[in-house]
Design a protein around this ligand. Structure first.
Ligand code: UD1
Length: 420
């Protein structure tokens, strides 16, 4: 396992190109199961989660090849409709194969994901959605067993807006007999892209981009090529890297409206933001002002940026409150940030962050992807050396983060070794 060694205190500056969105890719790849043939996903990021999804699809007979960020998927040899525990436990997004397998092959056996590092993450909405579409679903020995000769259109209302359940149920409904209505659907950009991709494959979906999706089932779909949208969380993480080091960062190949909430919060904190059509320039010559954020569903502030925002607020000139309404326990980074000298108190799902003048380097580790990102950000400003262990979390969701940070002037090295 690798670790990062960071010498803090370097001001970052320069241009950084943002890659394709992890969470869009993880939905687009299983969507290929809905049709027979060859698909090309351009702007696919090179990430561990993408490899995990490719290897899961391979167990089902999907051939895949990645070349210069173009992922080619060939679904002509699909011969198995099962997602084993060994894949699902590595990555919850594996659950996305449930809807397409059920819709296309009439059956699916998918391991239940179980909890995750920051608490329970149920899949009840996915299962209830499949049942509504007429599937018979049984939970046996840790697996979801679902079957249906052909799914039938239905009205589905999600009590909670869920990215995964919306994507999964939408992928099931596109091949159902009749019309489905998904209400309180997620409107995250990655779900909008999935809906557009399904349309390119021949699905009939109305209301894309809204929380009311009407899907007229079709009898068959065909392969399509797509360009993955930029990763708004990678973009946001680099903006915070610029802000925390009081630098000037230019993001390239982004869709700024996908992270408007973050841009506004950065302005509130004292940064100057200039938005172009696919670029954002951020400069933060002065110190950070404290700014509260509440992580919520899109277009609100994303929960996937909550940990990075806490790192930024750790050096603000006052106290801010960072609340997470999506994952109430997602604060594993807080005790580690405290080890770097941050002053943070947790009360239920809110972090009260009292800005300090100086963070100091230490050895820290994290249990999840965004927590790791927040520790790297804190390390960029901490005095002395910070070691961030368990870097494999970062490799799940950031392509070559250390190289991109080095190019911006950061002193960060990846050190390989077994013992980390
Ligand atoms: C996706 C993202 C993840 C992000 C999250 C919230 C991917 C691969 N992952 O995760 O990075 O942090 O959206 O933006 O796209 N819920 C239920 N029952 C369910 C499903 C969800 O109660 O069956 C709840 C969850 O516990 C959570 C909320 O719904 O409180 C939102 O979760 P959801 O949008 O489903 O997250 P994921 O799709 O797992």
């Amino acid at each position: 396992m690798d670790k990062f060694v960071i010498q803090g205190g370097r001001k970052l500056g320069g241009r950084v190109t943002i890659g394709g969105a992890k969470n869009a890719t993880l939905a687009l790849m299983p969507a290929a199961l809905l049709a027979h043939g060859t698909f090309r996903l351009r702007n696919t990021p090179v990430l561990r989660d993408v490899s995990t999804m490719a290897s899961l699809l391979r167990t089902m007979g999907v051939k895949s090849e990645m070349k210069e960020h173009v992922l080619t998927l060939d679904t002509t040899g699909v011969n198995k409709q099962e997602a084993p525990y060994e894949h699902v436990k590595k990555m919850r997004a594996s659950i996305y194969v449930l809807g397409p397998l059920l819709a296309r092959y009439g059956r699916a056996k998918v391991s239940l994901p179980g909890g995750c590092a920051w608490g329970p993450r149920p899949v009840n909405l996915h299962i209830e959605g499949m049942k509504k579409l007429g599937a018979s679903v049984e939970l046996k020995r840790g697996y979801i067993h679902a079957s249906a000769a052909r799914l039938t259109g239905a009205r589905i209302y999600f009590d909670v807006s869920s990215v995964g359940a919306t994507g999964n149920v939408m992928m099931a409904a596109v091949l159902a007999k009749g019309t489905s209505l998904i209400e309180n659907a997620a409107i995250e950009p990655e779900i909008t892209q999935l809906a557009q991709f399904l349309q390119m494959m021949g699905a009939k979906i109305h209301g894309i981009g809204t929380n009311r999706l009407e899907i007229e089932g079709v009898d068959a779909m065909h392969p399509a090529d797509v360009e993955t949208i930029p990763d708004r969380i990678e973009a946001g993480t680099f903006l915070v890297a610029g802000a925390i080091t009081r630098g000037t960062i230019i993001l390239e190949r982004v869709i700024p409206e996908h992270f408007s909430a973050l841009l506004t919060k950065l302005e509130d904190a004292g940064c100057v933001v200039n938005v172009g059509s696919d670029t954002v320039t951020l400069s933060c010559p002065d110190g950070m002002k404290p700014v509260d954020v509440t992580a919520t569903i899109y277009p609100g502030f994303p929960t996937d940026m909550q940990a990075q925002w806490i790192a930024l607020m750790a050096i603000a000139s006052g106290t801010s409150v960072v609340t997470d309404t999506i994952y109430l326990d997602r604060f594993k980074h807080v005790p580690e940030l405290i080890r770097l000298g941050a002053d943070i108190e947790l009360k239920e799902n809110a972090a009260f962050v009292k800005g300090v003048k100086l963070l100091t380097g230490a050895t820290v580790m994290s249990t999840d992807l965004r927590a790791s990102a927040s520790l790297i950000l804190a390390g960029l400003i901490a005095e002395g050396t910070t070691e961030v262990l368990r870097v494999y979390h970062i490799d799940r969701g950031y392509e070559a983060i250390e190289k991109k940070l080095q190019a911006l002037g950061a002193d960060i090295q990846r050190v390989s070794g077994e013992e980390f």
